[in-house]
Design a protein around this ligand. Structure first.
Ligand SMILES: C[S@@+](CC[C@H](N)C(=O)[O-])C[C@H]1O[C@@H](n2cnc3c(N)ncnc32)[C@H](O)[C@@H]1O
Length: 304
């Protein structure tokens, strides 16, 4: 007979942990200042707006004017246009660990992957490899799939959900580039909430869940996603999807008014009575020129 386990509330770490990403062969935050950042993606350098860089650049202006591409923002949101020094740059192959993925210039000022997520990729890789079993992982808002591929490469079964058919197509391309096309990854183009509701009705369970929801988004049938309105219920539903022997839940968010402490508070609330530990904090990119740090996103991680 197995004794019923009485679990306490998750323990929230008393202090935030700042997770710093420094450059690697395929990415570097070269310099920053005057509201912009200068980055290297592979061989190319790129200038993008970054209002929080209130300081002066560390490198001479020649390093900035030589950039291969500059993003000219149209408004406060993420839209705008890329301006190329020469011909528009075709997608190129980037990598992190054993995973390969295309970098590409998207109309939303980013380059089809988020380098600061390397801190989460490293954590996921370690969690999956040290689980001692093949975890069944749900990745919601999975975009171009780097987190899904890191988990699959480490031996997990992955269900990757995203509302954008184009993003799913890019994620599948990235799986092929990584030599992971034959791994157990299900690619699902659907509204995250609808998918989770259906899985609950079907009685499906997952050992681990990853969520990186945007501040605002739309499902394939126009379903509206608003982080501050919709995340509490989605977190509740994710808790209901966890298997009896769960491994972890990772929540990341980029919205300006969110914080790691708020994400930790939400997880503690929705995972009440399940024990475990919650760590939380900020993902930060470290610049090469003067090691200044740019806060990029917030995270909370629950480990059972
Ligand atoms: C911030 S990105 C996720 C970044 C990704 N986790 C990564 O690190 O590369 C947000 C993603 O959410 C997707 N999305 C937006 N609204 C959605 C919805 N209602 N259901 C599912 N996915 C949605 C977008 O298509 C986009 O790919």
């Amino acid at each position: 007979m197995t004794a019923a386990r009485t679990l306490s509330p998750p323990r929230i770490a008393p202090q935030p942990t700042v997770l710093r990403t420094v450059g690697w062969s395929d990415y570097d935050l070269v310099d920053s200042g005057h509201g912009r950042k200068l980055e290297r993606y592979g061989q190319r350098t790129v200038v993008r707006p970054e209002p929080q860089c209130l300081w002066s650049p560390g490198l001479p202006s020649a390093a900035w004017t030589a950039a291969d591409a500059v993003f000219d923002p149209a408004d406060e949101e993420d839209s705008g246009r890329w301006r190329f020094r020469e011909a528009p740059i075709e997608p190129w192959v980037s990598g992190w660990g054993a995973v390969r993925f295309h970098g590409r210039f998207t109309p939303f000022r980013h380059l089809a992957f988020f380098p600061e997520q390397a801190a989460n990729w490293a954590w996921l890789d370690q969690k999956v490899r040290s689980a001692g079993r093949s975890l069944n992982i749900l990745n919601l808002f999975g975009y171009t799939g780097v987190a899904s591929l890191v988990c699959a490469a480490a031996g997990a079964h992955v269900t990757h959900v995203d509302a954008s058919r184009k993003a799913i197509g890019w994620a599948r391309e990235n799986a092929a580039l990584s030599g992971l096309a034959d791994r157990p990854i299900r690619w699902i183009c659907e509204d995250a909430r609808k998918y989770v509701q259906r899985e609950i009705r079907r009685g499906v369970k997952y050992d681990a869940i990853i969520l990186d929801p945007p501040k605002y988004g739309r499902g394939p049938d126009g379903e509206v996603w608003r982080l501050f309105d919709d995340l509490p219920d989605l977190a509740e539903m994710c808790a209901a999807l966890l298997s009896p022997d769960p491994a972890f839940l990772l929540l990341n968010a980029y919205a300006e008014r969110i914080s790691g402490a708020a994400l930790a508070g939400l997880l503690a609330d929705r995972l009440e009575g399940r024990g475990g530990d919650i760590t939380w904090g900020e993902l930060v990119l470290v610049e090469s020129a003067r090691q200044r740090e740019i806060g990029m996103s917030f995270y909370a991680r629950w480990t059972a």
